[in-house]
Write a protein that binds this ligand. Structure first.
Ligand SMILES: [Zn+2]
Length: 350
């Protein structure tokens, strides 16, 4: 089966009132773990690669692995997404490879560190939309700046320094025509998100609710949304790791987001923790082992377990067979006719 447009996955999720996990990949075992979980729970899925992942695995290796996943699992709709594109060129190269969705993170300058101006963000994101939509490819933008750093990308800080302004979010959606929008509501990338269990005073869910009310047709995206479960931290530390105590985004908060327009939830850290814990356990308990399969297999299983759990919690489980997969050439026609336009002033006009 060819890869599916992310826009179709998110439109269907909006109809069904659920969220779709977007899981980061760098290698074959991670891709297989996601497919094990998607098959087991019958879930549509977004697989995503950061610039760091594309560099680590090399574009062609990674993309061919995703194609293999799609070919081997025809019943599972799979969208392939560029996570945090830093420039028009990064997004263009992903589209040329065959990615069906790209994120243009224009909230930061091309260095992936320095916050940009609103006008710079609008300009580069609109340019990506103008290139992507005629090719049927989905675009995610970002407004406000997320906290933390992941894969060398990010402004650092707590995640509360540049929360999204709802007026700016509306203007941004209008001027760019993005399909999906990552908003900053206090979450950050990486394992060290919060130094206490976050409550309503830390995560700005009220902001999210306001933005969704004003932009009901733009799918909202939560980044930095790993839950960083204590049991996964404990396994790592039990077998020789030295993680400091930390809290992620509680699943209940994500579920509240899903009730209020969040359709894509990015998860990376939880899978990294599961993989590392499983490998450490094999090393600690059976130090005589040296066949990589002896620790990569349990690592793959540990990640599949976390992914399946998230798929169930986000509500995407059971929805893989709900709809016929639309080829991206058809999506391109939908954009051309205005049928897929999400701009607040144009929705329902054509
Ligand atoms: Zn992110």
């Amino acid at each position: 089966m060819p890869l599916v447009s992310m826009r179709q996955l998110l439109d269907e999720a909006a109809k069904g009132g659920y969220g779709v996990g977007a899981f980061n990949v760098n290698d074959m075992e991670q891709i297989q773990a996601i497919m094990i979980a998607a098959t087991e729970t019958k879930s549509p899925v977004i697989v995503q690669a950061s610039r760091g992942a594309r560099k680590f695995a090399e574009d062609l290796y990674l993309f061919r692995l995703i194609q293999a996943a799609a070919e081997l699992n025809p019943g599972i709709p799979i969208a392939m997404h560029q996570d945090h594109g830093n420039s028009f060129e990064t997004c263009k190269s992903a589209i040329e490879l065959g990615y069906t969705s790209v994120m243009m993170d224009g909230s930061l300058k091309e260095d992936g560190k320095t916050p940009s101006t609103f006008e710079e963000n609008v300009e580069v994101t609109r340019k990506v939309v103008e290139y992507a939509h005629p090719r049927g490819v989905t675009v995610e933008g970002e407004i406000g700046v997320l906290g933390g750093i992941e894969d060398g990308h990010g402004a650092g800080g707590s995640g509360l320094e540049h929360v999204t302004d709802p007026d700016q979010a509306v203007e941004f959606a209008e001027r760019t025509g993005v399909d999906a929008l990552a908003i900053a509501i206090g979450t950050s990338h990486g394992a060290y998100k919060f130094n206490k269990k976050p409550d309503g005073s830390v995560l700005k869910m009220d902001l999210l609710i306001q933005i969704h009310k004003r932009l009901p047709h733009t799918h909202l995206v939560m980044h930095g949304s790993s839950s960083v479960p204590k049991d996964l931290q404990d396994i790592i530390n039990k077998f020789g790791g030295k993680l400091k105590e930390t809290w992620g985004v509680p699943v209940e908060e994500i579920q509240l987001g899903i009730k209020n327009g969040v359709r894509k939830i990015n998860v990376d850290t939880d899978n990294r923790l599961a993989i590392t814990g499983a490998i450490r356990k094999v090393f600690a308990e059976t130090p005589d082992k040296f066949d990589p399969r002896d620790y990569l297999k349990p690592a793959r299983e540990a990640m599949a377990k976390v992914v399946a759990q998230r798929m169930t919690q986000f509500g995407q489980a059971g929805h893989a067979g709900d709809y016929k997969q639309t080829p991206i050439t058809e999506m391109a026609k939908g954009y051309a006719s205005g049928k897929l336009d999400t701009r607040p002033s144009l929705v329902g006009v054509k």
